[in-house]
Design a protein around this ligand. Sequence first.
Ligand code: DAH
Length: 347
Amino acid sequence: MQDQLTALVAKAAAELPTLKTRPEFEAAKARYVGPNGEFTALMKQMGAVPKEQRPAMGKLVNEAKTRLQSLLDAALAQLEAAELQAQLGPAVDPTLPSPDLGPGTHHPLTLVREEMCRILRKVGFTVADGPEVETEYYCFDALNTPADHPARDAQDTFYFPDGARFANVSKKTPDEKYLLRTHTSSVQIRTMLKGAPPIRIVSPGRVYRRDTTDATHSANFHQLECLYVDKNVTVRDLKALLDYIFASLLGPDTKTRFRPHYFGYTEPSFEVDLTARHLPKVKKEWIEIGGCGMVDPTVFEAVGYDSEVWSGYAFGMGLERLAMLLYGIDDIRYFYQNDLRFLKQFA
Ligand code: DAH
């Protein structure tokens, strides 16, 4: 029996390292240690071993069993390593130069955003940032948007469930809801609460609305907000700034016009249209581009500014709309598809 054990271990030691596939391995394992395996058969012979030899023989059987198990383990580990290697493919030489993909380009929205910020920096505006997760106070209440205003409806605004917590976003009152900001106007409030006038900021950023996506709508898009607070600011200053911005962006022939409108945070309020020469793919003469107005005294009161002393203007516009005008893009969805054929057209 001793010889049989030795021979069996030797056979396993020769065979197991040559196995190439899992089914081969499973079959071999069954042949050695399965219920009908050769080793199992030898163990069954232990009963016939004379009593005095049993301790010595038992020891040999145990040694053979341990040896078989480690041969099986090693064979399995080798198979697994080979499988992994097959998945990884040929070895990579990290010292070789990478394939030349050429330089990247800027996204058209980045180009327009940066150009607008550059134009505004030239006349003293600084870039301000605000959170995309907002609260009802900063997005609506402080902007004099009453609780029953349709924009606050769950139809237009993405609200977070009551239990949501955002440690970095300060709430004004404990039980107000978190939401995804529907406009960048909330940055006006955060900026005014942080500092004293005069203030001159531009705040570009992403906004969210419950819109169904089509050629001109997207549930998230980008806006650019401006706020100027100082003494004796007038509608003339607002109009002059908008004329300057759009002439800088779209060419000296560009003109703007105001149409009376209503926003809770400005009084008077206007919608802004522009007309420009040589805009690709634009058929209409006047194109609506954003909203603006003189900061409403209620807003100044909300942030603790004396509305008898301070005056200001604010405006907001969509960056996608601007980029579409500038580059002749006729479908908003192109901005978000990351199709290289689209992206490569912008330097
Ligand atoms: N928040 C407005 C919107 O999302 C745009 C806007 C209008 C911004 C008037 C302003 C403003 O700052 O004064 O449509």
